[in-house]
Design a protein around this ligand. Sequence first.
Ligand SMILES: [Fe+2]
Ligand SMILES: [Fe+2]
Length: 154
Amino acid sequence: MKPTRPPPSTKTISSLGDRLLSDHRALDALFEALLRDIRRDDPATYQVTWARFEQAFLNHIDAEEVFLLPSFERVDPSEAAAIRQEHATLRHLLADMGVRLELHAVKEDNVKALIETLRYHGRREEASMYRWADELAPDLASSLGDRLSAGRTT
Ligand SMILES: [Fe+2]
Ligand SMILES: [Fe+2]
């Protein structure tokens, strides 16, 4: 008996690199919203935006560390180590910002330090690991895509 083929999917499948890139854009938009809320000096609102940003950002870097970095490490160990190091710095800056927001003690400089580190890190990944991302094994790519979707707050 001839095997039957599944019907062609009509779903648009974007590349994994594009998915990751769009996650960076979404995080950036969320951070811009946070900045606006902080400038309005409305703690009730900025705490909510902060919680959304923090959750989405931590989900993003956890997903990279679980599904992407172990394979990328075999391709470019020094770049992978630099990305992991920046994740550690970002986690630290994030924790510090969370405390400052709670205490209503955020300064423009704290926000700038975080946003500059975030953007530098984003550009670094987009120029290296994300260009390679489509080479990731299909099962890992699929798990990473699911994890990114689960972390979307918008
Ligand atoms: Fe990252
Ligand atoms: Fe990233």
